[in-house]
Ligand binder design. Structure first.
Ligand code: SF4
Length: 268
């Protein structure tokens, strides 16, 4: 009998809502032969480098140290992930240089605002499903960055995106991260959320509103409810589309995969 995961993540719910065939391969069969698209690997190594730089800021390194640390992490992650060096390594270095230039590092240090980096958390989220069922679920997440200004009793949760700039408003991922963070830090609640786009340097910061949180809870709790009530059947057909398949690590296993190229502008 198929065993479903104890927890749900934002990406698990997203895949459940786009292609259940992929969801089964990933979360039930737990197939280990994933083949990650080069574009997604590019995003992964940039996240590693960004995390290294923000951790160095937390450690109060000089701007020079912070940049060097992030660039070292970038080179190591690039190599470990077998990314071709022709795949815009220079561009990735420029992104890191810009992200950790002197004035940016100084501003972060003066505000005392880097509180957590790549923070893995699991928390209980409660609310209504779209069918009006009251329920709760364990939600796991990895938060890219948590910022808190000196003397403030609230935080800003930030996610790095490598795609085209867009508003953080209504973003379910950020709202759920806020919920999970708040479950662990009742004295340091989430007030603001933001999306940063290191590729172009854009940043969008928003107040996290209750209605927005509720919508995100309903979305993930509905997915969890559906998974618990139908996962044992598990005979879902593929749901191919250029968008879905470009992000799928199991295209080689799927009889319905459509050819799709992941553009840098699409990387989440
Ligand atoms: S290749 Fe496309 S249709 Fe097939 S499992 Fe992946 S997302 Fe679904």
């Amino acid at each position: 009998m198929a065993t479903i995961p104890e927890r749900i993540s934002f990406s698990g719910a997203r895949i459940w809502n786009t292609c259940r065939y992929q969801w089964r391969l990933s979360y039930v069969d737990r197939c280990e032969d994933r083949i990650v698209a080069t574009g997604l690997l590019y995003g992964k190594v940039l996240h590693v480098a960004l995390a290294a730089g923000y951790l160095a800021i937390m450690g109060n390194g000089s701007a020079l140290d912070v940049r060097a640390c992030a660039l070292d992490a970038l080179a190591i992650a690039w190599d470990e992930n077998d990314l071709p060096w022709s795949e815009d390594y220079e561009g990735a270095c420029e992104i890191i240089e810009r992200q950790f230039r002197d004035d940016v590092v100084r501003a972060h240090q003066e505000n005392g605002d880097v509180l957590a980096v790549e923070q893995y958390l699991v928390g209980t989220v409660s609310g209504m499903t779209t069918d009006g069922v009251l329920r709760s679920a364990e939600v796991s997440c990895v938060i890219d960055l948590v910022l808190a200004r000196t003397g403030s009793s609230s935080v800003e949760i930030r996610d790095h995106k490598l795609g085209a700039p867009r508003s953080a408003g209504g973003n379910r991922q950020l709202a759920l991260y806020g919920d999970v963070w708040d479950a662990h830090h009742p004295d340091l609640l989430t007030e603001r959320v933001s999306l940063s786009f290191p590729t172009g340097g854009e940043l969008d910061v928003r107040q996290l509103e209750d209605g927005w949180r509720n919508e995100a809870r309903t979305w993930i709790l509905t997915a969890r409810d559906e998974i618990e009530n139908t996962a044992e059947i598990g005979d879902w057909p593929p749901n191919p589309s250029p968008f879905n398949c470009s992000r799928c690590d199991y295209r080689h296993r799927c009889p319905a995969a459509v050819s799709a190229h992941l553009e840098r502008a699409d990387i989440d």
